[in-house]
Design a binder for this molecule. Structure first.
Ligand SMILES: Cc1cc2nc3c(=O)[nH]c(=O)nc-3n(C[C@H](O)[C@H](O)[C@H](O)COP(=O)(O)OP(=O)(O)OC[C@H]3O[C@@H](n4cnc5c(N)ncnc54)[C@H](O)[C@@H]3O)c2cc1C
Length: 381
């Protein structure tokens, strides 16, 4: 009999498993349908011995000291600030997010102050009465030309939708800068786990109270693993048998390649905003990991409608559908819904860890330790 069954061994599941096992001393079984722990952050050595991310590049960044300190128990860190260049159709590379260098290089200008760049943006910007969509966000800030160059094609490829059909939150994630800062993120903590994400996950889950079963789907074992309570980090609609319909997700396919040369591109990620190529970006892991190797491995990302659920699609009707599932989840006793898929939120890794730690605090205040609880499997019978 396990005190807890945790479905999913990504950041949400592993964070809660460790807390419950260590702090509450309760027995936890963690299952994942994939053949590994780590969820989407999983990394592994490829055939050439290069550390790659199977599900695309994952860069850790956070403003939360609590999240950073929590994870620091399980890994050493390598300082890393991610930089992204966008490749224009003519091959020119310019910094992304848009900054002063981007504006100067694209327009043959030599603006030197933030005031001049802000004046340039203002002259280009189009007034928008109410900023509702992802198109409104960009056009009202920097105008239509920069919007079309960097955002329209990229977003259409990434989401299969025009930015005018997407919630403002998508392009709001990407800032526009008037200075020369060419870092992709500006968070106070920007690091990569020194030995990789998978090593960090293994350490988190290495506890006598934790049993890990990979290649194990919940549907196949739900009646055979006795447990009292559950943490669900899979898709919330799947848990409820898709009873209100499927929540839409955007997926990706990855093309991993190894090249017999030391470097492939000047920075960790090069974006391809144009619709003339079907992929959105190419990432080269050695920039992220600091690994020294005579060869280099890269990943192309091709957005797809079908496949693993990666990105909840932020549109009002999807939020409304999620609300229906959320109400069911709230009414389901002894099951805690945590993580990107279970709460249908476009969360980064640090936000998922913060959500899991907050959930643990709620568990601690609502469930007395070692109270036994009811047997969920018996209850289902
Ligand atoms: C391409 C890409 C790049 C990203 N880059 C970054 C980045 O640079 N920085 C950042 O902070 N965040 C990034 N993210 C987001 C990051 O991946 C997520 O925030 C994080 O992995 C979410 O953790 P999670 O535990 O909620 O979900 P997941 O990592 O998805 O883990 C859920 C696990 O549950 C398992 N599961 C689901 N259903 C079942 C079932 N029925 N039975 C058994 N197992 C099940 C799944 O197999 C999965 O392993 C990126 C995401 C993607 C897709």
């Amino acid at each position: 009999m396990f005190d807890w069954l945790i479905v999913g061994a990504g950041f949400a599941g592993a964070t809660l498993a460790e807390r419950i096992a260590t702090v509450r001393g309760e027995k936890v079984c963690v299952i994942d349908r994939r053949d590994h722990v780590g969820g989407n952050a999983y990394d592994e050595l490829d055939a050439a011995g290069l550390l790659i991310h199977r599900y695309g590049p994952h860069i850790f960044h956070t403003n939360s000291a609590a999240v950073f300190e929590h994870l620091s128990q399980f890994t050493r860190w390598r300082a890393y600030e991610h930089r992204v260049l966008a490749r224009m159709a003519d091959g020119m590379l310019v910094p992304m997010p848009i900054n002063r260098t981007t504006v100067n290089r694209l327009n043959g200008l030599s603006l030197t102050s933030e005031e001049e760049v802000e004046a340039f943006f203002s002259a280009q910007a189009e007034p928008v009465e109410e900023i509702r969509t992802s198109e409104d966000v960009v056009v009202s800030r920097v105008g239509r030309k920069l919007y079309e160059t960097f955002f329209r094609g990229y977003t259409r490829k990434q989401w299969g939708l025009d930015p005018s059909e997407l919630d403002r939150s998508v392009t709001s994630r990407v800032p526009t800068r008037a200075d020369n800062d060419d870092r992709y993120f500006t968070d106070t903590h920007q690091f990569m786990p020194a030995d990789g994400y998978t090593a960090m996950f293994r350490k988190m889950l290495d506890h006598p109270n934790i049993t890990v079963m990979t290649s194990t789907d919940y549907a196949a074992v739900k009646d055979s693993i006795p447990h009292r309570r559950m943490v669900w980090t899979g898709p919330v609609d799947e848990f409820f048998g898709f009873r209100f319909g499927k929540l839409p997700y955007r997926s990706l396919t990855f093309r991993h390649e190894t090249h017999d040369q030391e470097w492939f591109q000047p920075v960790g990620t090069v974006n391809y905003p144009g619709e003339e190529v079907p992929f959105t970006r190419v990432s080269e892991y050695k920039h992220l990991t600091g690994q020294a190797h005579p060869k280099t491995s890269i990943t192309y990302e091709f957005p797809a409608a079908e496949g693993d659920p990666y990105y909840p699609v932020p549109r009002p009707e999807n939020a409304a559908l999620y609300k229906q599932y959320e109400a069911l989840a709230d009414a389901t006793q002894d099951v805690w819904f945590v993580g990107r898929l279970a709460t249908y939120r476009y969360y980064n890794m640090d936000q998922v860890v913060a959500q899991a730690l907050a959930t643990f605090r709620r568990i601690e205040t609502t469930l007395p330790r070692g109270d036994g609880g009811q047997n969920l499997v018996a209850a289902a019978d």
